[in-house]
Design a protein around this ligand. Structure first.
Ligand code: GDP
Length: 276
């Protein structure tokens, strides 16, 4: 034994043991996206995870959309990076905010989130708690239109109805349609009318693209316009990188913890209170 190993009991390896076990088990993450259609939700999700999550999406025409109700559609993919496996579930909410009358169109979404909590509560109180299939929503990306003067009533209602059930990250969609001063103004408006204090950097102004273009001799993900290129991953152009860092690189686990320890715990406490 080397000198330093003699004085070493060994519990310093605990983090490595946890690491090995969790890598073996794999990770899962459930992300919901909401916002009216055409705001670039699918493009952004594909840009975030570099996959094609919407292979068989059916787009509706205007007539079909008039009577459309909000649907909930789940897409799941298994992705792997450096030996780490992630089961990613995207919960899409097509039809949200698209109708002429959007009263209570957040209802199917709150119902969905509650149903997942309810299912988990039931499974957790059941006999076999080992292999619970956890479908709780860990985060919701909420897309705000860049074309209005701030939030629409439906945006405010959505956030009011959901901010105590799920982690909401507000996004300003298609940020390439706005100049910097307009983005600043819109961000300020969103921050003011947000019911709870969102993440400090939020709302993130984002741009999505599924094509690779050439900018200054480099191939980058971006959008090619007659007057130039907007680059998705250029921090001078938008907050895409900030959002990706927050969502994936630094806070993915936190978002899951808050879901379990705060949102689900509240739901569970309410259930138990009603039962007694
Ligand atoms: P979804 O209905 O919200 O899923 O929107 P899509 O991702 O299908 O995008 C709708 C349209 O907007 C497509 O033509 C996209 O190419 C375009 N689009 C997506 N992201 C952006 C963006 O960041 N900026 C601009 N200007 N257009 C975008």
């Amino acid at each position: 034994l080397q000198d330093h190993e003699k004085q070493y009991v060994g519990f310093a390896t605990l983090p490595n043991q946890v690491h090995r076990k969790s890598v073996k088990k794999g990770f899962d993450f459930t992300l919901m996206v909401a916002g009216e259609s055409g705001l670039g939700k699918s493009t952004l999700v594909n840009s975030l995870f570099l996959t094609d999550l919407y292979k068989d999406r059916k787009l509706l025409n205007a007539e079909e959309r008039i009577n459309q109700t909000v649907e909930i559609v789940k897409h799941t993919v298994d992705i792997e990076e450096k030996g780490v496996k992630l089961k990613l579930t995207i919960v899409d909410t097509p039809g949200f905010g698209d109708a002429v009358n959007n009263t209570e169109c957040w209802k199917p979404i709150t119902d969905y989130i509650d149903q997942q909590f309810e299912q988990y509560f039931r499974d957790e109180s059941g006999l076999n708690r080992k292999n619970i299939q956890d479908n709780r929503v860990h985060c919701c990306l909420y897309f705000i239109s860049p074309f209005g003067h701030g939030l629409r009533p439906v945006d405010v209602e959505f956030m009011k109805a959901l901010h105590e059930k799920v982690n909401i990250v507000p996004l300003i969609a298609k940020a390439d349609c706005l100049i910097p001063s307009e983005i600043r103004k819109l961000k300020e408006r969103v921050r003011c009318s947000f019911p709870a204090g969102p993440h400090l950097a939020a709302p993130f102004a984002v741009i999505g693209s599924n094509t690779v273009v050439e900018a200054k001799g480099q191939r980058v993900r971006g959008r090619l316009y007659p007057w130039g290129i907007v680059e998705v991953e250029n921090q001078a152009h938008c907050d895409f990188v900030k959002l990706r860092n927050m969502l994936i690189r630094t806070h993915m686990h936190d978002l899951k913890d808050v879901t379990c320890d705060v949102h689900y715990e509240n739901y569970r406490a309410q259930c138990i209170q009603q039962m007694t």
